[in-house]
Ligand binder design. Structure first.
Ligand code: NAD
Ligand code: UDP
Length: 311
């Protein structure tokens, strides 16, 4: 059945892949974005499809439209961008959630929140299960993002309990792939761009901190499966790739796959940088029949090809 679907943050990295996938599935897609970290370039190729529209709008102010489903992705995701204007970041998460939940309530739409592994902060439980409450510094550099996303989860759960809004919460772990912005500042894009330009590879700290990297196609698949799952399953559910790597291992892999002459340099570790991160995806496997299929090396090769074409 053709659905009318709103994607907030649709001109961003994940949003643009989501819009594309939903259009390919035959849906009518409205992309809403204020272009803070996203760009028209990411979705311009979709404009030839008559079932695709883009609207410039900021989710901190109310928005009205008739749709069947809302994917709420609007929020800067890279630490350098979300720390640029921390008050705005928190407003985007909290007021954006209130506006989208209010809209969903009014039009009886189903609404999915793109939450994050950052709700676990610097986790003391490893790997992270959904039942873990996390370890977040509420006044640290990352708090505007982490606490904003935590508050958004609270709002989602309470609109569901109090107003019967059909909600879905996914906790996304570090995702990478084509259409990341070359200046996005996140580790995969930074390392690939540095390697391709023959610049030094900037490891923050000693490089022993870990992350688990999910290729974008796998992530989008999990996100759509979650939206289509039974109404009583609201999440939160972890969506990520459990393959865990140190940041130094990532740097070495990128150097090897790009045949780069770049050297690794070590720079100060930003405050509150989580030491480890790895999703437990048992719940996603059970409820959504989902698990990632693309191994880090395969995903990096595709991502390197993309960056070769844009820089
Ligand atoms: P991104 O920065 O590429 O995309 C975010 C999009 O939201 C951009 O297009 C931006 O312009 C838009 N936006 C920001 N503030 C807005 C506002 N106030 N009103 C309207 N639009 C606004 O980041 P991404 O990686 O595509 O992330 C998308 C979502 O997924 C975010 O909510 C992010 O927190 C979440 N997430 C992503 C990751 C990841 O690894 N990529 C991990 C965890 C969570
Ligand atoms: N990082 C790094 N060099 C960079 C960018 C990031 O060593 O050029 C590190 C960063 O300190 C963190 C990890 O890589 O430990 C992942 O950083 P990213 O900003 O991609 O995401 P997040 O910290 O939110 O997981």
């Amino acid at each position: 059945m053709k659905k009318k679907i709103l994607v907030t943050g649709g001109a961003g990295f994940l949003g643009s892949h989501l819009c594309e996938r939903l259009l390919n599935e035959g849906h009518d897609v409205v992309c809403l974005d204020n272009y803070f970290t996203g760009q028209k370039q990411n979705v311009v190729h979709l404009l030839k499809n008559p079932y695709f529209e883009i609207i410039r709008h900021d989710v901190t102010t109310p928005f009205f439209i008739e749709v069947d489903e809302i994917f709420n992705l609007a929020c800067p995701a890279s630490p350098i961008h979300y720390q640029y204007n921390p008050i705005k970041t928190m407003k985007t998460s909290v007021m954006g959630a209130i506006n989208m939940l209010g809209l969903a309530k009014r039009i009886k739409a189903k609404v999915l929140q793109a939450s994050t592994s950052e709700v676990y902060g610097d986790p003391k439980i490893h790997p992270q299960t959904e039942s873990y409450w996390g370890n977040v510094n509420p006044i640290g550099e990352r708090a505007c993002y982490d606490e904003g996303k935590r508050a958004a989860e609270t709002l989602f759960v309470n609109y569901h309990k109090q107003n019967n809004v059909r909600i879905k919460i996914i906790r996304i772990f570090n995702t990478y792939g084509p259409r990341m912005h070359p200046n996005d500042g996140r580790v995969v894009s930074n390392f690939i761009v540095q390697a391709l330009k023959g610049e030094n590879i900037s490891i923050y700290g000693d490089g022993n901190q870990t992350r688990s990297f999910c290729y974008v196609d796998d992530l989008i698949d999990g996100m759509i499966r979650m939206m289509n799952s039974r109404d009583s399953f609201t999440g939160p559910v972890n969506i990520g790739n459990p393959g865990e790597f140190t940041i130094r291992e990532l740097a070495e892999k990128v150097i090897q796959l790009t045949n780069s002459s770049s050297k690794i340099i070590y720079q100060p570790l930003p405050s509150d940088d989580p030491m480890q991160r790895k999703p437990d995806i048992t719940l996603a496997q059970k409820e959504l029949g989902w698990e990632p299929k693309i191994h880090l090396e395969e995903g990096l090769i595709k991502t390197i090809e993309f960056f070769k074409s844009v820089i």
